[in-house]
Design a protein around this ligand. Structure first.
Ligand SMILES: Nc1nc2c(c(=O)[nH]1)N[C@H]1C(S)=C(S)[C@@H](COP(=O)(O)O)O[C@H]1N2
Ligand SMILES: [Mo]
Length: 240
């Protein structure tokens, strides 16, 4: 018990109480090469937590929606870098690359994505840093898109890679949730680079970091691919 210092004890308490956050990136690992018992315990807790959250998740339970008057203005930017470093993707030549257990893997242009029925919603984005914003995102329901490209929806995961090297992945039940969209617009205008242009995942049933921006490729499969923050200890399921 000597090794279980106060910070770590607090962390354990937090993991048990909240579940969503299992390790802070800044927490003081004694020796990263030899994760001690507490670290292994936190990891085991987090994957147990994934399974519990997945079991409790219902495709029919909707995240709260809001009125236009409640939209946060101006919106709030977040990424693992400063807003001036946000990647700029040329919309005219953009192609969403598809791979994995998908029948039609031809890449999709923005014009093609816009031929599909667009869904608009005013929802809340919650960041683990302790802030939240309400915004209006519109785009293609991921369930419809997966159907259209002949994705095997019996697979476990849908994974995303972004223009800035960010990446994330979600469980299939969440991918098929009616509020999960491939967002193209914010406030009825195309997304701007810092906020995820030309396309971002918008998934209001999960925390902010599960909403990858400037998505360049999508893959469907059964191999766990983790995520940028997930691989640093944040809980993978992270329902909000
Ligand atoms: N490509 C990319 N997507 C990302 C991130 C990032 O750093 N790069 N940060 C995530 C985090 S932690 C949050 S809270 C939201 C913030 O989205 P916003 O800038 O629209 O508020 O984007 C998520 N998606
Ligand atoms: Mo975040």
């Amino acid at each position: 018990m000597k090794k279980l210092d106060l910070n770590r004890r607090k962390l354990l308490g937090r993991a048990l109480a909240l579940g969503a956050l299992t390790a802070l990136p800044a927490c003081d690992y004694d020796d990263p090469a030899h994760p001690d018992l507490a670290d292994r315990f936190l990891h085991a807790m987090s994957s147990w937590n994934d399974r519990v959250q997945a079991a409790l998740f219902s495709r029919h339970t909707l995240a709260p929606t809001f009125s236009a008057a409640q939209i946060t203005n101006p919106p709030r930017f977040n990424a693992f870098y400063d807003i001036s470093q946000a990647p700029v993707v040329e919309p005219a030549t953009y192609r969403l690359e598809l791979s994995g257990q998908i029948q039609e893997t031809a890449p999709w242009s923005l014009a093609q994505l816009r031929t599909m029925k667009q869904e608009s919603q005013i929802t809340r984005l919650i960041c683990v840093e302790g802030w939240r914003v309400i915004g209006q995102w519109s785009g293609v329901p991921l369930a419809e898109f997966l159907k259209r490209i002949g994705a095997d929806t019996k697979c476990k995961y849908v994974s995303f890679k972004c223009a800035d090297g960010y990446y994330s992945s979600i469980d299939m039940a969440s991918a098929l949730h009616p509020q999960t969209i491939l967002a193209l617009d914010f406030l009825n205008a195309p997304l701007t680079p810092a906020f995820g242009a030309p396309m971002r995942l918008r998934i209001p049933t999960k925390l902010g970091f599960k909403n990858p921006k400037s998505v360049m490729s999508m893959s469907v499969g059964n191999i766990y691919t983790g995520g940028y923050w997930e691989d640093q200890g944040y809980n993978w399921f992270s329902g909000s």
